[in-house]
Design a protein around this ligand. Sequence first.
Ligand SMILES: NC(=O)C1=CN([C@@H]2O[C@H](COP(=O)(O)OP(=O)(O)OC[C@H]3O[C@@H](n4cnc5c(N)ncnc54)[C@H](O)[C@@H]3O)[C@@H](O)[C@H]2O)C=CC1
Ligand SMILES: CC(=O)C(=O)O
Ligand SMILES: [Mg+2]
Length: 623
Amino acid sequence: MSNQIRASSSLIRRLKQQMSNPAVLIQTRSFTPSEGQRPVIVHKRSLDILHDPWFNKGTAFSMTERDRLDLRGLLPPNVMSTDQQIERFMVDLKRLEVQARDGPTDPNALAKWRILNRLHDRNETMYYKVLIANIEEYAPIVYTPTVGLVCQNYSGLFRRPRGMYFSAEDRGEMKSMVYNWPAEQVDMIVVTDGSRILGLGDLGVQGIGIAVGKLDLYVAAAGINPQRVLPIMIDVGTTNEKLLKDPLYLGLQEHRLDGDEYVSVIDEFMEAIFTRWPNVIVQFEDFQSKWAFKLLQRYRYKYRMFNDDVQGTAGVAVAGLLGAVRAQGRSMIDFPKQKIVVAGAGSAGLGVLNAARKTMARMLGNNESAFDSARSQFWVVDAKGLITEDRENIDPDAKPFARKVNEISRQGLWEGASLVEVVQQVKPDVLLGLSAVGGLFSKEVLEAMRGSTSTRPAIFAMSNPTNNAECTPEEAFSIVGDNIIFASGSPFKDVDLGNGHIGHCNQGNNMYLFPGVGLGTLLSGSRIISDGMLQAAAECLAEYMTEEEVVKGKIYPSISSIRNITKEVAAAVVKEALEEDLAEGYRGVDARELQRFNQEELLEFVELNMWHPEYPTLVYRNE
Ligand SMILES: NC(=O)C1=CN([C@@H]2O[C@H](COP(=O)(O)OP(=O)(O)OC[C@H]3O[C@@H](n4cnc5c(N)ncnc54)[C@H](O)[C@@H]3O)[C@@H](O)[C@H]2O)C=CC1
Ligand SMILES: CC(=O)C(=O)O
Ligand SMILES: [Mg+2]
């Protein structure tokens, strides 16, 4: 055994010992895996504890703890185990299952969200235990599609605040108000300005629901400690006329700030956040495309941040596109031969296009001519039709994908050609939608996909929530054929194709990447999130699926394995940060020690740092 391996194995042993021996954990402050295992010092007692969701255990407080924390008599006398507690809770929640179906048609989705949200408000440990154990069932409630409905109805549903609200009215005050947040340490922030929530448009302050939902996945999938996550809404007004007139709207009833004024608010916010928490990671979420790219370029080399819609979606889509190549029985290296039609040229569509083009170029030799030839594999259609160099006032971010006019006229196409015309002429291998237009892949478009030259055409209807999906899996399988690969942004059920055959519906959602990108960045200690780290995350996701699975049409993992895939993605991100010399280490484990880990140890290191929803022993101390 080499000295290197011996040294890293002993570090892992030390970390494990620390976990199993809480006393050691308290003494060695440098590395603190699984904080749930060690006693937690609290400065409150009695009802204050019961009303604090971070520490509350409800009926699971033992008698000794009830005595220690002045809780005797404040709870019914029967001490419940965690399992009993959950059983009782589930009886209530399951009552709604009686005639419920999943997805958008679930008539009880909002009622289930309310019940789960109330649990979130009173006992976070139990909330995450329920969520993690039933992630397949409840991700569609706390995340897409139901989170969309929650955002749309936020003013009516609002009971207790969660996270922080920075508004245009707070200019000049942000650096001090950030200290109003009670946690000394914050690892992960998801921030939105509410300007483009899923495919639902500008929802103003109500968009905070999406930040809450994303962070639920950070806790459930990446094991980020829920006491160290912070959802944030930057309210700079709204363009939503309905909300501007709604007397019950909770946000600023002003027209949305724009231009330099807008940027100065976001600048002040970023400075405030990083002044208090220099090591935090900030995920930008659901900013309208107009600002998504500009803010990403402005901050990505200054702060530890990324844009999920641009970069997370890109990685997930590239992984799915590579899966679709494998599903044709071909090697991933054949990816540059794929003809891809993309409907939608906003933050998500352009993010995917850029990443897919780079991936192709790398496979073709990574030089200028490879990059140029990769461009010709894409046809981009937006609200005005096919984008060509003839487009007036073309969005500079879309310009690299504008088709040359002579090139497309040879293909029988022209500036502004409709989606169906493009599909008919191009006969693409892949049709990918990030348009936010429900039903855009109409019968005619799907019929045109029957002419695809691929042995296994792929259809990605990635817009959210469910009603915004470009088509349903039933439509795709029934019109294009049983052999297709299908993925959607929000969950749909698999399709029964008859004769015992199943049309698999993959969920192509950035949830398979962003938690691992965040966790990997945290554990590597990298000061920035590089393109290489994002690429490594995407490649890890692409390789996660076995040959057998992809042949069956499964190009993304099941959500029930999201914690495992997140662990793998995080390890890939750490590894890449080390390779790029960006890693600075995490707590007691410095970059040199990280460097010594082999793959197995790296995965173990990630696992040891994931929070698990277990009640810690609480110890009271006067402040
Ligand atoms: N599955 C996933 O992981 C993700 C899905 N999305 C979804 O992608 C959608 C778009 O997001 P953004 O790009 O930020 O929005 P956006 O509003 O910036 O872009 C929408 C694009 O679609 C185009 N479009 C509109 N009508 C069209 C039509 N009839 N035909 C073709 N194109 C049309 C617009 O011109 C624009 O280029 C949203 O529904 C969002 O939920 C976004 C991020 C991740
Ligand atoms: C999934 C996601 O980030 C979106 O639809 O915006
Ligand atoms: Mg988003």
